[in-house]
Write a protein that binds this ligand. Structure first.
Ligand code: KMH
Ligand code: ZN
Length: 303
């Protein structure tokens, strides 16, 4: 049956380094331009990080976020979703600074602490210059992406509640779904919750069809009718697993935060190129893409 499928576009993130792709947007202007283009191509939700325009390093500076949000908001009505994950080297206060100031309609919320291994990327990109912070990717061998229960409750308390943000609940493994169920039962998050199944991060669940079936079966069992899901798969798994998620009744996230390519061996030249590709797939499957307002209605955003 035809239904509106919500495409989220994660525009720049904090994982990829500028030397990996010349198309990765770094400045507020470039991030906003690519975000607006992605919305025009069909993204209803824009997942946003900021970077230091001079170095491309992940930044938590609220002024950069303010500029990005202002530039996008003036040109499209997509749901603006600010990352609270930031990068694994930021403190919680740094990660929350922009959202605390800008009070967005949606924020990401990472549902557990974990290893977040970017170090394999260091070897994979030896063809490219690595003039940006040598050692950054290597250092992820010893860094923990911290999202304690207390951290989660701080984010829910500061940014959620009546009239507050709705959350993109990032679940990197099945155990994170138990945490979603716990806070749903406690009433700290309200149904319908929007769960982002994240596949292929080293330290989390791997990107395999069987694992998507397992995540969905577990979410069905623990969350029943109280959840909607979307699929984010890292790297080359982005489109195949995203497509499978749509077939299973879910939504999908693309964007250069999660994958720099558009096809094997070919860099995506923009975020919009990935959005256009998944849109074609969604429409070929007989569905249509959700408008921003349909996404708001489906996920209870702005209520
Ligand atoms: N980079 C993704 C795998 C966040 O910003 O809060 C997860 C993410 C986290 O988007
Ligand atoms: Zn992110």
């Amino acid at each position: 049956m035809s239904r509106p499928v919500i495409i989220t576009c994660a525009v720049t993130g904090s994982i990829h380094t500028p030397t990996m792709s010349p198309y990765l947007p770094l400045t507020p202007q470039a991030i906003a331009d690519q975000a607006v283009e992605a919305a025009q191509a069909g993204a209803a939700i824009l997942h946003l990080h900021a970077r230091d325009p001079a170095t491309g390093l992940p930044s938590s500076d609220p002024a950069l976020f303010e500029e990005i949000v202002g530039r996008i908001g003036a040109r499209c009505d997509a749901v603006l979703n600010l990352s609270t994950g930031g990068s694994s080297r930021m403190t919680l206060d740094e990660r929350l600074a922009a959202a605390r100031r800008l009070r967005p309609q949606m924020c990401s919320l990472n549902m557990g602490s974990m290893n977040f291994g970017l170090f394999p990327l260091a070897g994979r990109y030896t063809d490219w210059k690595h003039d940006w912070e040598p050692g950054f990717l290597e250092a992820t061998r010893s860094v923990i992406f911290r999202n304690s229960f207390e951290d989660i409750e701080t984010i829910l308390g500061d940014l959620g509640g009546a009239g507050g943000a709705r959350f993109e609940l990032e679940c990197y493994d099945v155990g994170h779904l138990q945490t979603v169920a716990f806070y749903l039962e406690k009433g700290l998050i309200k149904a319908p919750v929007f769960v982002q199944f994240v596949f292929g991060v080293l330290g989390g669940i791997d990107a395999a069809p069987e694992q998507l079936m397992h995540m969905k079966a577990t979410a069905d069992r623990l969350l029943g009718t109280n959840y909607r899901f979307s699929v984010l798969a890292a790297g080359r798994h982005q489109m195949p697993l995203g497509t499978m998620g749509v077939i299973l009744g879910g939504h999908v996230r693309v964007g250069l935060e999660d994958n720099l390519s558009i096809a094997r061996g070919r860099l995506a030249t923009s975020n919009a190129e990935q959005v256009a590709k998944i849109r074609r797939i969604v429409e070929e499957l007989g569905h249509r893409i959700a408008t921003p307002d349909e996404a708001r209605a489906e996920l209870g955003i702005g209520t």
